[in-house]
Write a protein that binds this ligand. Structure first.
Ligand SMILES: Cc1cc2nc3c(=O)[nH]c(=O)nc-3n(C[C@H](O)[C@H](O)[C@H](O)COP(=O)(O)O)c2cc1C
Length: 250
């Protein structure tokens, strides 16, 4: 296989970085899932890669809904690559199940460890640790094209992985309430959060961000992209911020 179509979702750039690097290696381009409005995606005989971050040992709602509503046509193979901070649980199998319902076989499932952006409970890794994780991730990503050409691939998971996903993932799927976001007085109404929100749920009103919907993806893009660290959620006030250093955010 030497051509592929890479579809990705990413909050803080890790999955976008993987998607763009893979697209370069596989002679194609990476397309952001939120930008795909068509009901039918025609791969013109190419393989399709789906790249996404693990959320609560499961898949982002954006990816789940995309798979449900979109008809993939004319593809060779379908493979997935998730990025995760500490443990992916059974997340790849969640996507595999969704695709199987649509009659699509998820051939290979790759899982890349990258810096953790979940600042509700944990701090982001320090800069040395970020570098170490990103270097290791590069080595992993660079092997993917060769592995894909050889056949199918799956990571081995601990025995507890399905249980962890069964307990943790519904929490994300049915939670994600926007009322948990707080805006501090450091906010200067710059509107970066409004532009960066891929769900389009943030609106600047009276110089402050407001969440228009009850739920969002909880990708934390707004929290990490805010230039003044003025958007908080959970214990994020105590912790640093993270954006993949290889991505230029506009
Ligand atoms: C809402 C949320 C839930 C997360 N859940 C997990 C998880 O269950 N396991 C894990 O290892 N990392 C988890 N993470 C960390 C991300 O999967 C990881 O940092 C990922 O690389 C971020 O990708 P992105 O930069 O493309 O958004 C979570 C992050 C967020 C925002």
């Amino acid at each position: 296989m030497n051509v592929a179509m890479i579809l990705y979702f990413s909050g803080t750039g890790n999955s976008r970085y993987v998607a763009e690097r893979l697209a370069e290696m596989l002679d194609d381009r990476a397309v952001a899932i939120p930008s795909v409005k068509e009901d039918v995606v025609d791969a013109s005989g190419r393989s399709v890669g789906i790249v996404w971050p693990v959320y609560f040992w499961g898949i982002p709602t954006m990816v789940d809904e995309f798979v449900r509503r979109t008809e993939l046509r004319n593809f060779d193979k379908v493979f997935s690559v998730c990025t995760y901070g500490e443990s992916p649980g059974n997340a790849s199998n969640v996507l595999e199940k969704r695709l199987r319902r649509k009659g699509i076989n998820l051939g290979s499932q790759f899982e890349v460890r990258m810096p953790n952006n979940y600042v509700l409970f944990y701090d982001v890794p320090d800069s040395d640790e970020q570098l170490r994780l990103l270097n290791e991730a590069d080595q992993y990503i660079d092997r993917i094209p060769e592995i894909l050409a050889d056949g199918e691939y799956k990571e081995k998971h601990p025995l507890m992985a399905p249980m962890v996903t069964a307990i943790g993932y519904p929490w994300h799927k049915h939670g994600r309430r926007t009322k948990r976001f707080r805006v501090t007085d450091d906010c200067d109404g710059c509107s970066v959060c409004e532009t960066a929100c891929q769900m389009g749920v943030i609106e600047i009103r009276d110089g402050r961000p407001h969440w228009k919907e009850k739920r969002c993806e909880r990708c934390l893009t707004c929290v990490h992209r805010c230039p003044r660290s003025a958007i908080q959620i959970g214990r994020s006030q105590k912790f640093g911020r993270y954006l993949n250093p290889n991505i230029r955010f506009e």
